[in-house]
Design a binder for this molecule. Structure first.
Ligand code: FAD
Ligand code: SF4
Length: 336
C-alpha cells in the first residue's frame, strides 16, 4: 500500500502552521507523530493535497508545571515523554500509566498527546485497504452510504480507541484550540461529538495546541486498565481509567472523598461515567461497592461489532476492569 502523492509543508512556528491551515483548508491534513495518519493515508482513507508536518514547531513540545499549580502539556509532546515524566508520575499518575499502555515503545517515541486526543475513530470495516473497502461497497464513514455494523441505520458507530483521553477526562483536562483568528479553550469532555464519522469538534483550519491539567486534579491516585488482543502494539478494545482521592484521616479516614471513572474503546467517544462519585464518596471501598461501580460503567457502553471481539465481551470487560481498577486505586490510597 503506497502513500498517495502529497506536498509536505514544514512550518517552524505555530503562526505559520495556522496560516497554512487556513490557506489550504479542506486540502490539508495535520501530521504530528504520523503513527495513525500515515497508515491511514496508505489505506487511502485520506488523500490530502498537502500534509502539514508539525514536528519542527518546538513551541508545541514540553511539560510545563505552572507556578499557580497544574501543568501545561504541548500537543506535540510524545507519549514517551509523558510516560517518563517524574512530575506527571508523581502528580497525575493515571496519565503516565495510560500513556505507557499505548501501542509499543517505538510508537510512543513518535506518537504525541495531541495525536492521541485527535485520533480517528476505528472500525473493522473502515481500517482496511481501498481494495478491501471497495469489495464491501464502502460505508458511511468513507465513500459509502450504508453501515455494515448497524445495517439500516444512518449513524456511524466507529469507536474512539485512544488510551490517554479517558485518563485526561478523569483529570478534568482542558485543551487549547488555535486557528489563524485566535484561540479557544475547551474542556476535553466537550471535544467529542459521540458520532463515529464526524467525531471531534475541530474545524479544518484549527489545531490542538496545548493540554491543561488543573491543580485541583493533582495527587489523585490513578489506575488505567486496558483490554487488547496482544499484550503490546494493540489499540484498546475496552479501557477504564479511575482516579480517587481519600478523605484525610479522622472519622472518615479510609473513605473515598472523590472518584472519577472514564471509559474508552466502547463508544464513538471516550466518556466520563456520571454518578461515580455520588456512588462511592463517603464510603469505604469493598467488593460490593466496586462491583456497583462496574455496573454503572457497563451501563453507558454501546459496543457494536466494530472489532474482532464481541460487543458482549467488551462490555463485560468494562464491568470487570472498572471493579478491579476501583479496588486497585483504593489499595494504592491505603498504602500512601
Ligand atoms: C500498530 C499501532 C498500534 C497502535 N496502538 C495504539 C494504542 O494502543 N493506543 C492508542 O491510543 N493509540 C494507538 N495507536 C495509534 C497512535 O499510535 C496513537 O494514538 C498516537 O498517539 C497518535 O499520535 P500521532 O502524533 O502519531 O498522531 P498522527 O498520526 O500524527 O495524527 C492522528 C490524527 O490526529 C490529527 N492531529 C494530530 N495532532 C494534531 C493536533 N495537534 N491538532 C489537530 N489535529 C491533530 C491528525 O491530523 C490525524 O488525524 C496505534 C497505532 C499503530 C500503528
Ligand atoms: S460503524 Fe458502520 S459506518 Fe462506521 S465505519 Fe463501521 S461500517 Fe462504516
Amino acid at each position: 500500500m503506497s502513500l498517495p502523492d502529497f506536498k509536505l509543508l514544514r512550518p517552524r512556528s505555530i503562526q505559520v502552521a495556522l496560516d497554512s491551515l487556513s490557506h489550504h483548508t479542506g486540502n490539508v491534513r495535520v501530521l504530528a507523530g504520523g503513527t495513525d495518519l500515515i497508515p491511514s493515508m496508505r489505506q487511502k482513507l485520506f488523500e490530502p493535497e498537502y500534509v502539514l508536518d508539525l514536528r519542527g514547531i518546538t513551541a508545541l513540545r514540553g511539560i510545563k508545571p505552572q507556578p499557580e499549580g497544574g501543568v501545561e502539556i504541548g500537543a506535540l509532546t510524545t507519549l514517551r515523554a509523558i510516560e517518563r515524566s517524574d512530575f506527571l508520575r508523581q502528580h497525575y499518575p493515571v496519565l503516565t500509566e495510560a500513556a505507557a499502555n499505548v501501542a509499543s515503545p517505538v510508537l510512543r517515541n513518535m506518537g504525541t498527546i495531541g495525536g492521541n486526543i485527535c485520533l480517528d475513530t476505528r472500525c473493522l470495516w473502515y481500517n482496511q485497504s481501498l481494495t478491501w473497502r471497495k469489495g464491501c461497497g464502502f460505508c458511511i464513514k468513507k465513500d459509502g452510504d450504508l453501515c455494515h455494523v448497524a445495517p439500516g441505520g444512518t449513524k456511524c458507530w466507529a469507536v474512539f480507541s485512544g488510551d490517554t483521553p479517558p485518563a485526561l477526562l478523569c483529570l478534568n483536562a482542558e485543551i487549547e484550540i488555535a486557528s489563524a483568528s485566535g484561540t479557544r479553550r475547551l474542556p476535553l469532555r466537550d471535544f467529542y461529538t459521540g458520532l463515529g464519522d464526524d467525531y471531534r469538534k475541530l474545524q479544518p483550519n484549527e489545531l490542538v495546541t496545548r493540554v491543561f491539567l488543573p491543580a485541583a486534579s493533582a495527587d489523585y491516585h490513578g489506575v488505567y486498565r486496558k483490554l487488547r488482543v496482544r499484550g503490546s502494539i494493540d489499540y484498546p478494545l475496552a479501557g477504564v481509567a479511575v482516579v480517587m482521592k481519600r478523605s484525610p484521616n479522622g472519622n472518615s479516614g479510609g473513605h473515598v472523598a472523590d472518584v472519577r471513572i472514564a471509559i474508552t474503546a466502547v463508544n464513538p467517544a471516550p466518556l466520563l461515567v456520571n454518578g461515580a462519585s455520588e456512588l462511592l464518596a463517603g464510603k469505604a471501598v469493598d467488593q460490593t461497592l466496586a462491583e456497583a461501580a462496574g455496573d454503572l460503567a457497563a451501563k453507558i457502553c454501546k459496543p457494536l461489532t466494530t472489532s474482532a471481539l464481541t460487543p458482549e465481551y467488551r462490555r463485560e470487560m468494562i464491568r470487570v476492569f472498572t471493579k478491579r481498577a476501583v479496588l486497585a486505586a483504593a489499595q494504592i490510597a491505603d498504602r500512601n
